[in-house]
Design a protein around this ligand. Sequence first.
Ligand SMILES: N[C@@H](CCC(=O)N[C@@H](CS)C(=O)NCC(=O)O)C(=O)O
Length: 203
Amino acid sequence: MIKIYGSPASSAGRCYWMLEELSLPYEQMPLSLKDREHKSAAYLELNPNGKIPTMIDGDYVLWESMAITYYLAKKSQSSLAAKNLEEEGHIMKWNLWALAELQKPTIDWFIQENFVPAERRDHKVIDTAKEKLPALLQALDVSLKNQSYLVGSRFTVADLNVASVVGLLLGLRYDLSSYGEVTRWMNQIKDRPAFQKMLSMRK
Ligand SMILES: N[C@@H](CCC(=O)N[C@@H](CS)C(=O)NCC(=O)O)C(=O)O
C-alpha cells in the first residue's frame, strides 16, 4: 500500500487529494514535526531534505509533493495524467509554474499570516507577495479563457497542483473576484469530492 509521510494540512495535502481522486488505498504515516522526527536519521534516509511529504510505494521512494501527484496520476493511467506528449508538456509547464512562480509569494505570505505571531510579522514580505500575485493570477486567468481546465476540457494533475496553491490564497481570504476565469475554475474544483475529503482530513 502507498505510504505518505506528512500531514494533510501541509504540502502533503495535494498528495492525499490525488490519492482520493484515484481511489487508491494509502496509509498516512505518523511523523511529528513538533518532535522533529522529520530531521531524524531514519527519515533523512528517505528524504535528505528533512521535509514532508515523502511517498513510499513498495521499494520506490519519492519526495516533492508535485512529483508525487504526477507519479500517482501516471501510475494509475488515469484521465488526470497526460494522454500525449503535448499534454505532458502543458502539465509539466503548469506544475513548474505552480511551484516556482505562484507558490513562492503565496507560501511567504501564508507563513507570515499563520506561523508568525502578529507582533513579529514581516509586513514587507506580505507586501512583496501581494505585489507579485496579480500578474501571476492574470496569467492564470487568461490561460483559462475558452477552456474548462488548464490542459483543455478535463481535470488533470496540472489543475490539482495549481489549485492546491490557489486554495492557500483562498485561506488567506485573497479576493479573486477580478479574475473571473480563475473564480469559475476554482468553484468547479472546490466541488470535487476528493478535494472536500482532503479538506476534512485537515480538521
Ligand atoms: N517543495 C516541497 C516543499 C516541502 C516543504 O517545504 N514542506 C514543509 C511543510 S509544508 C516542511 O517539511 N517543513 C518542515 C521543515 O522545513 O523543517 C514539496 O512540495 O514537497
